[in-house]
Design a binder for this molecule. Structure first.
Ligand SMILES: C[C@H](N)C(=O)N[C@@H](CCC(=O)O)C(=O)O
Ligand code: MG
Length: 363
């Protein structure tokens, strides 16, 4: 089970419509693919999106971290020494969580294949189906209302509404969406760090007073502003979820100890993969904090790994794994089946990915 070779490549997948948040706008997924080969014929697959605005990771940075640190650390190791391999991966370079996540999921994929068990089962999971929300990009209120109706027509019953670009429009955006969809869907919102703490409390309480019925708000304030997040959590009627503030298990514990948020969004690309995501989930169990599993704008390879995590852990009560359904095509064979909001995890050993079309290899 020795790692013989790690190949890198790129995939491009166009989106159905441009994805717009308070932090960035993009129209396609351009991700790095990692293939870990071992001395049997098995291959483990991983994916890393360059979400510089959130993680600081760029395409060049992800490739550099893999080529100069991660590949050198992993080649020659035995996947069966799993804990050693994971510790080495996490120690070989600081930060660079997207590159680490891509390698981590490829290793879990191989480990599951070695023991002939799907990863979610390896983690003790029992549910094989989950239901995702879908994201509505931030635009003018009328366009967002139209997008919300389209999402309902596609069968979604939970919408994640992006806000925070021209915050003076945010209440109008939510009013337009709620008016358009009535009570056909739950609404959660994501400000992607755009508001000040005082602005957040004012806007959220206005939304509450207007009866907009917001399930929770993700990351109202700057990522580093834990005190500001706590300020909002203590004063807002709408529950607060930490997203950009929580990368590592250490961040999660700090947020939970401070009571700075009601909920935490776990993303593989922020924490460096399943190994660290499991630590955040365990901390959340200890502190009694429910979690969401989210994704960046990613294709199915990496979102599929997050599906295994979500199916494994009961502390994960909310799902935002809409990357693949925002894409206009799916180049990935195998893995979870995405039937709009319904996601069924693969019962194949490992992560269940069989192959990826159109990889442009870098070697
Ligand atoms: C795609 C997902 N629904 C989402 O909104 N994820 C992030 C932003 C991802 C990105 O910019 O690529 C989030 O902030 O929750
Ligand atoms: Mg978010």
């Amino acid at each position: 089970m020795k790692i013989t070779e790690i190949r890198l490549g790129m995939i491009s997948v166009p989106l159905r419509v441009p994805f717009k948040t308070a932090l960035r706008s993009v129209s396609s997924v351009e991700d790095v693919i990692v293939e870990i080969h071992i001395d049997t014929s098995a291959v483990g697959y991983g994916e890393a999106p360059p979400t510089g605005a959130i993680t600081g990771d760029t395409t060049g940075g992800i490739i550099g971290a893999l080529q100069d640190h991660i590949i050198k650390t992993l080649v020659g190791r035995d996947v069966d020494d799993f804990e050693d391999v994971m510790r080495a991966l996490n120690k070989c370079i600081v930060k660079n969580t997207s590159a680490k996540a891509a390698a981590d999921m490829a290793l879990w994929d191989l480990y599951g294949q070695l023991y002939h068990v799907p990863v979610y089962k390896l983690l003790g999971g029992s549910r094989n189906k989950i239901v995702t929300d879908i994201t509505i990009s931030v635009n003018d209120p009328e366009e967002m209302a139209r997008d919300a109706i389209n999402a309902i027509e596609r069968g979604y019953d939970c919408l994640k509404i992006k806000v925070g670009v021209s915050p003076e429009l945010d209440v109008a955006r939510l009013m337009a969406v709620r008016k358009a969809i009535g009570d056909k869907a739950c609404i959660r919102i994501d400000a992607n760090t755009a508001w000040t703490p005082k602005q957040a409390v004012k806007l959220l309480n206005q939304m509450q007073e207007k009866g907009l019925d917001i399930e929770f708000v993700e990351q109202p304030v700057k990522a580093h502003d834990f005190e500001g997040l706590k300020y909002v959590t203590e004063r807002s009627y709408v529950p607060v979820m930490a997203d950009e503030s929580v990368f590592s298990p250490e961040d999660a514990v700090k947020i939970m100890q401070m009571g700075a948020a009601d909920l935490v969004n776990i993303k593989l690309m922020k924490c460096g993969g399943l190994y660290n995501a499991l630590k955040i989930a365990s901390a959340a169990e200890v502190y009694g904090v429910e979690c969401m599993v989210g994704c960046m704008l990613e294709a199915k390879v990496s979102v599929n790994a997050a599906v295994h995590l979500a199916c494994a852990k009961q502390v994960i009560t909310k799902i935002d794994l809409d990357g693949p359904v925002l894409c206009s095509e799916d180049p990935v064979q195998g893995g979870a089946v995405f039937n709009e909001k319904e996601i069924t995890v693969s019962s194949e050993p490992g992560l269940g990915i069989q192959g990826i079309e159109g990889i442009r290899y870098l070697d």
